[in-house]
Each structure stands twice: as C-alpha cells, then as structure tokens.
Write a protein that binds this ligand. Structure first.
Ligand SMILES: Nc1ncnc2c1ncn2[C@@H]1O[C@H](COP(=O)(O)OP(=O)(O)OP(=O)(O)O)[C@@H](O)[C@H]1O
Ligand SMILES: [Mg+2]
Length: 230
C-alpha cells in the first residue's frame, strides 16, 4: 500500500545543508496500522509529509497504492490525496472562517469522483463529529474551540472522505486521557472496519501499543522497526 525507497530530505537554510531524513526504507501493507515514534526533531512530521505526497523528497521514491508519486504533477498528487488520503496535521490546520461542520465537509467537497447529496454529506459530517465527542459543537468556529476540540475536528475531517490511507501526526497529542482513549478506539475501529491503512506519529505509549508495527526514528534514520504488541 505504501512503499518508501531510499528516502532522503535535505533542507538548505542559512547556506547550510541539513539532512533531516536519510536511508528510509519500508513497506506498509494494506490495512496496516503503523506507529512512527522518535524524539522531537527526528524527522517524523517530515516523513509523514513525504509519504502523503504533501512534499517531494530530495531523493528516493514513494509509491502509494501502486502509484509512484515522483513523476506526478502537483495537480495529480492533489487529486490522489483528495481521492485516497486523509491527513491530520500536528497543528490541525483548520480553516478559521469555516465552522467545525464546514471544515469536516471540505474533503467531501474536494473529492472529484464522488458527489454526495448535500444533506447526506452533512449528516455524515455530523456523525463523524459525534464520534469524536463534538456532537453539539458543529456550528462553532476553530477559535471558539479548545486545542483538543480542534484536534478532534481535524480527525473528523480526515475521515470524512473515507480515505484508504490515513496519516495522523500526534492525533492524541492534545487530548485528556478519556478523550484520548476514545480517539484511539476510533482509529483502531477505522483500521479494522473501514480497512483503512493507518500511519500515525505518536508519543503516546497506549496508541503505539495498539499498532501492528512501530518504526523508530532518530536523527532522520530508522533505528528500530518492530512488531507492536497488538
Ligand atoms: N522547511 C524546513 N526547513 C528547514 N528545516 C526543516 C524544515 N522542516 C523541518 N525542518 C527540520 O527538520 C527536522 C525534523 O523536523 P520534523 O518536524 O520532521 O521533526 P519531528 O520528528 O516531527 O519533531 P516533533 O516531535 O517535535 O514534531 C528538524 O530539525 C526541523 O527543524
Ligand atoms: Mg512533528
């Protein structure tokens, strides 16, 4: 489902080359649930951005669901993301001028091949917001929501187009224990029932413990790759 080959990412800043990922190789099976762990600055967010086609690697190849992202145009990658990929950003990236419900509907409206009747799409979005515990907050704007609530809207948005592959950067990072459990259960259910392939960055031992596999990064390299305890 996801193949990463010899990935390298180098940034030039202040005239200096900074290699933040190197020699990254792995394959994620369809319906896999993979956790990426590692210290701050080890390259986790960078890796997720490359795998999801949000950024291009300096070197190496990413193949998503049989499609090599390398030769694809920006537009083709955007289309592929709209069709198949959900992404939860570490910083949420909700649109401030849209309500929670409207934010969740964005990927539905961007999906080129599947036109949903408006009422059905809104019902689906409200159902997703209910599943993340935001049943009566759907008309609120991001600025009216706490960090944890914004994170849950971002999760609901990422599920909205029923993606084949979901990438989530610290999806439980801002949540209290109880909400965190609920979000973890939701992610695991999505993986089992909707057969979504999940790649999650996390510092949360409970979430990493539910993964099939845990990939450890340090200094931009894979330093461990082990079957999880789930
Ligand atoms: N656009 C950029 N230009 C220059 N350096 C960058 C850029 N993006 C990321 N970096 C650097 O790449 C390294 C890895 O960053 P990344 O965000 O992937 O780390 P991370 O593992 O997600 O950390 P955290 O756990 O704190 O979120 C960091 O040293 C960061 O400063
Ligand atoms: Mg990060």
């Amino acid at each position: 489902m996801i193949i990463a080959q010899d990935l390298e990412q180098t940034y030039i800043s202040g005239g200096r080359r900074l290699t933040v990922l190197r020699d990254v190789n792995f394959t994620v099976e369809e319906r896999g649930l993979v956790a990426v762990v590692g210290p701050s600055g080890s390259g986790k967010t960078t890796l997720l951005g490359l795998l999801a086609g949000l950024d291009r690697p300096s070197q190496g190849t990413v193949i998503l669901d049989g499609q090599n992202l390398g030769p694809m145009s920006e537009d083709d990658r955007a289309r592929l993301r709209a069709e198949k990929i959900g992404f939860v950003f570490q910083t949420f990236q909700l649109i401030p001028t849209l309500t929670a419900l409207e934010n969740v509907l964005v990927p539905v409206e961007l999906q080129p091949s599947r036109r949903w009747p408006a009422a059905e799409a809104a019902a689906h979005a409200r159902d997703l917001l209910a599943r993340v515990g935001l049943v009566d907050r759907w008309h609120h704007y991001p600025a009216q929501l706490s960090g944890g609530e914004q994170q849950r809207v971002a999760l609901a948005r990422a599920f909205a187009n029923r993606p084949k592959i979901l990438f989530a950067d610290e999806p439980t990072g801002n949540l209290d224990a109880e909400t965190g459990h609920a979000v973890i259960d939701l992610l695991v259910a999505l993986n089992r029932e909707a057969e979504t392939t999940l790649v999650l960055v996390t510092h949360d031992p409970e979430l990493a413990g539910r993964a099939h596999r845990v990939i450890g990064l340090a200094g931009g390299r894979i330093v461990s790759d082990s079957a999880g305890t789930a």
